[in-house]
Design a protein around this ligand. Structure first.
Ligand SMILES: [Zn+2]
Length: 151
């Protein structure tokens, strides 16, 4: 998951626009079904399907945390802290944003449109699989996800 963030950060995620320089014989339109050109910012943020995904995530966070936040392009493409929130709340949101980026990356690979509902279902399955893993990082992730009612 961290790898996806790094790839986006370094703008080397294999969005079609990046592949275009190799002059491959493929369509360069967005994999999620738009006619727009698929570049990294479109894929992870501006695409209507990704945009809807982030809006659903934002609404979910607002419901869970009770504080109004905005998820902007900057937050998705880079890494940010949200003002006025505790370290723990920031950690939760940052974890969700990373999981969201990974979800969009995976959706592209499987040619499915991003769906926040599907992410929640996948997270519940993930939580079940890491519940008994004896690893402090996995345990920390598990605790956060449990607090957010994914388990
Ligand atoms: Zn699109």
């Amino acid at each position: 998951m961290k790898e996806v963030s790094l790839k986006i950060f370094h703008r080397i995620h294999p969005a079609k626009e990046v592949l275009e320089r190799f002059k491959l014989d493929i369509a360069y339109s967005c994999v999620f079904g738009n006619s727009e050109k698929e570049n990294i910012i479109h894929l992870f943020s501006h695409c209507e399907h990704s945009n809807l995904f982030w809006t659903d995530m934002k609404d979910y966070i607002i419901r869970k945390i009770g504080t109004n936040i905005q998820i902007k392009v900057f937050d998705v493409m880079l890494y940010s802290t949200f003002n006025g929130l505790s370290i723990k709340q920031n950690y939760k949101i940052q974890l969700l944003v990373i999981l969201g980026k990974f979800h969009i990356h995976k959706s592209k690979r499987t040619s499915l449109k991003p769906s926040f509902h599907r992410l929640i279902v996948e997270l519940k399955q993930y939580c079940t699989s890491i519940e008994y893993v004896k690893n402090s990082k996995a345990a920390k992730t598990f605790c956060i996800l449990k607090e957010m009612n994914f388990v």
